[in-house]
Write a protein that binds this ligand. Structure first.
Ligand code: ADE
Length: 220
């Protein structure tokens, strides 16, 4: 799976891509992530990327000609044709809410591109003509799409075999098929008692059938 991220702030991702599960997924060869800075492709003077909204209003919008230039240069075709070949998702609070179903669809896409918006947003023509779908990670406005892109990459990368240290971790986690899509049961580790707060006895009983029963009863 290759994920191409278009952003005005590639440096935001520096820390993120040093994290172990991502380096594992990338080193396994199953995940490739590429970062593209819109500024590097701007056809405008001084790498301009944004402008005032028509009709007035606060803030600046990401320009459609800049996004078009980035897409056409990176993929070597007219920008409006790119989304026919490769799913292009635009990160925006107006988009379809990210959840297990959408992540499954994205995982099944193979390669795809994520467009991060910035400032007050983006020219609507980017959504209408260059992207396939808008995606939101929740009903709140972030200062840009970068954190949302990291959420998408993180949620997909941890599904890649070998990304998590322990192969079992993703099999029985919240929303997984292993738990019938339900929320995971509570878990405990040492100490067995802390400040008078005990771990449920059954979990240290060694009785696997009872432990399994307890866990099933405590799914969310
Ligand atoms: N950009 C700004 N806010 C966002 C959100 N909630 N989801 C995705 N992209 C965004």
């Amino acid at each position: 799976m290759r994920i191409d991220i278009f952003t005005l702030f590639p440096q935001w991702f520096n820390w993120f891509f040093q994290q172990r599960h991502l380096t594992n997924a990338i080193q396994s060869g199953r995940l490739t992530v590429r970062l593209f800075d819109y500024r590097d492709y701007s056809p405008l003077k001084h790498g301009q990327v944004d402008d005032n909204p028509y009709g007035g209003g606060a803030g600046m919008l990401l320009r459609v000609d800049v996004v078009c230039a980035a897409l056409s240069e990176v993929y070597g075709r007219n920008c409006e044709e790119v989304r026919e070949k490769l799913p292009v998702f635009l990160l925006s609070p107006r988009g379809r809410r990210l959840g297990g179903e959408l992540l499954d669809e994205m995982a099944g896409c193979g390669d795809f591109a994520l467009l991060c918006g910035r400032y007050e947003g983006f020219d609507q023509r980017i959504s209408d003509h260059l992207a396939r779908e808008e995606i939101s990670i929740g009903d709140y406005v972030l200062s840009g799409g970068e954190l949302a892109a990291m959420v998408v990459v993180d949620a997909l990368a941890r599904r890649i075999p070998g990304a998590l240290g322990d192969e079992g971790s993703a099999l029985l986690e919240s929303f997984s098929a292993g738990l019938d899509g339900r929320r995971e049961y509570p878990q405990y580790t040492k100490p067995a008692e802390f400040h008078g707060w005990p771990v449920p006895d059954v979990l240290s009983s060694g009785n696997h059938a009872e432990i399994e029963k307890w866990r099933q009863e405590h799914l969310g």
